[in-house]
Design a protein around this ligand. Sequence first.
Ligand SMILES: [Zn+2]
Ligand SMILES: [Zn+2]
Length: 479
Amino acid sequence: MPSHQPTAGMLAVKPDYVKQPSPMAKPEEPNRNQAYEPKKQHITESPITKTNWYKHVNWLNVTLIVGIPLYGLVQALYTPLRLNTAIWAIAYYFATGLGITAGYHRLWAHTSYSATLPLRAFLAFVGGGAVEGSIRWWARDHRAHHRYTDTEKDPYSVRKGLVYSHFGWMLMKQNPKRIGRTDISDLNEDPVVVWQHKHYLKVVLFAGLIFPTLVAGIGWGDYFGGFIYAGILRIFFVQQATFCVNSLAHWLGDQPFDDRNSPRDHVITALVTLGEGYHNFHHEFPSDYRNAIEWWQYDPTKWSIWVSKKLGLAFDLKQFRSNEIEKGRIQQQQKKIDQKRAKLDWGVPLDQLPVLEWDDYVEQAKNGRGLIAVAGVVHDVSDFINDHPGGKAMIKSGIGKDATAMFNGGVYMHSNAAHNLLSTMRVGVIRGGCEVEIWKKAQQEAKGEVFQDASGQRIMRAGLQPTKVLENVASAGAA
Ligand SMILES: [Zn+2]
Ligand SMILES: [Zn+2]
């Protein structure tokens, strides 16, 4: 699945995608939101004003994401935190976080591996306990995020701001027609997904609050502590951590595989998100069960999937060949090198230099201009005479002459760096005489037969400057 916006050509390759049914549930489907009426104007289609702003706010989400955590924070001031409860809250934090990362994200949204029914049921339960919506809803939006990254159809595009991508998109109502279409027919066939969606409220209440409260209460008599710390505050931390995948992972770090879109790799994001921080890799290779491909990188989600496989609960773990991964990495490196090279001064291209007659060249040199011809290219070295590492006398001896042989070993075999430097002093090429090679090279360049990078910039490889003439190599010392 490419991370950039698909083009018409790409759609033509996958016609089944074009013909797919609307992602909106049909009226007869049990999953359909009864309140939603596609023909009526949606509130997001009218601008926010002083009188209607509250209609734009998604009050249910504001309560779940901001209101309840605030209540929990206030209660925490008066509720002693017991060690058992703290350990349980942290453990349940990891379990519910993995419900999102290993379950909602890598299993259901990307099908990067397959899971047995017991594992799917477990992930649907703990994922529900993270209070981030049903698997079906979450995975549909996430597939749209991958398919339409950074565009208007991306449900949480970072182009709309860091806060928007973090949770602004949930706190304010969204127009369902705006979100890009995605195919979730496979999810509708998973009974665990359908069951969880249908009974979502019960799942959330039980897995999110009742279960962690009961464990602490029955386990060591700390019902209220369990409710506040392992319930409410744990939900808050899991939510904020996983929201960072949409905000921080599109904002902080490097882009080793592709820099055309916003996803980035950073260890801080990985630490916060149970290993989802290698997001540039993930957007390039979304169906890989790994986010971190190096063993030393932090990706507990990957480790948990691997352990599940060892326990016989997960199978068909998908992994891109390292050959494909390295191709992406090298192309991005090449792009960066091309950009750096384009900023350097490589001298005037040969085919853009004025053409001089030999006699003209000799005449101008006689009149005091510091001109030196090497391989048919004329260079103005006037400002360089004093800086010449081989001394003033040496360089002056070439003025007004054909210095091809002298430069290429007759007197001294100049280095590649010297050829590079010489190219920045080019002022003309000589018609006829001297080296006819230079004409061939100039014509090759004009015809685009020289090396070019992806953006059409000329590339001068080491050792290939036109002033480098191999036939003239003599016995003088090498550079
Ligand atoms: Zn992303
Ligand atoms: Zn993803």
